[in-house]
Design a protein around this ligand. Sequence first.
Ligand SMILES: NC(=O)C1=CN([C@@H]2O[C@H](COP(=O)(O)OP(=O)(O)OC[C@H]3O[C@@H](n4cnc5c(N)ncnc54)[C@H](O)[C@@H]3O)[C@@H](O)[C@H]2O)C=CC1
Ligand SMILES: O=C(O)C1=N[C@H](C(=O)O)C[C@H](O)C1
Length: 233
Amino acid sequence: MKIGLFGYGKMGKMIEQIAVERGHTIVAKIDTGATDIDFKSMDVAIDFSTPDAAFENITNCFKNGVPVISGTTGWLSNYADAVELCQKHDGGFIYASNFSLGVNIFFELNTHLARMMAGLEQYKVSMEEIHHTQKLDAPSGTAITLAEGIIQNSSYENWKLHDTADKAITINSIREGMVPGTHSISYESAVDKIEIKHVAHNREGFALGAVIAAEWIQGKTGVFTMKDVLNLS
Ligand SMILES: NC(=O)C1=CN([C@@H]2O[C@H](COP(=O)(O)OP(=O)(O)OC[C@H]3O[C@@H](n4cnc5c(N)ncnc54)[C@H](O)[C@@H]3O)[C@@H](O)[C@H]2O)C=CC1
Ligand SMILES: O=C(O)C1=N[C@H](C(=O)O)C[C@H](O)C1
């Protein structure tokens, strides 16, 4: 598979390493707003760039017939437009706030727990995410996906960053050191606390998941999720 990398930072470099180990070739490394991109050389694009750059990179790929695996977070106000453009160009698209197998299992655990806790009004849910200090967005994309999973399966209506309100899930974002990504969800009552937690030890799981998604989308058109790729539930 010939891969074009959009974003050649921490994740772009990790994806290159894993893709090459799996026998793929990196045909382009785009790390700025370049205009002379050879889309014809790519079977697939993998975008781990920045919140400001992702949507333009993704739409350029669709317009040039290249399927896209998108891992960049913090650009999702444009997600519906990306989906529409993908469909218009009969393209292929997978966005995931987190490509790791472990977090995708954690997403399933989260919705299962939310269903069990729905209606138990003595418990109040909250969430904490911890990431490295270079991270541009807060809360993390993963925390937003987790909050959406709870909202769809309970009477919570929205989430709030560093704030509390009735019917809102409080998300606390912490930025410290080099932490690759830690997410925990707590249900607390006056007498006890139930907590589930995922800790990434490094970025390999994210990168492997993105390369597996790129392999999976070959020959397919449509908009998919990691649930489709991993065949979960
Ligand atoms: N979905 C997932 O599993 C994961 C998602 N992420 C997300 O991926 C993104 C990148 O993360 P990192 O690699 O840690 O960040 P990073 O800051 O190390 O790398 C981002 C790179 O994008 C480059 N860039 C800037 N403008 C660009 C443009 N117009 N086109 C292409 N590249 C451009 C920057 O020069 C930089 O090298 C973030 O949004 C992060 O939240 C990170 C890890 C896992
Ligand atoms: O920026 C990061 O590093 C990460 N970003 C993703 C997110 O926002 O959820 C995924 C992972 O937690 C690492």
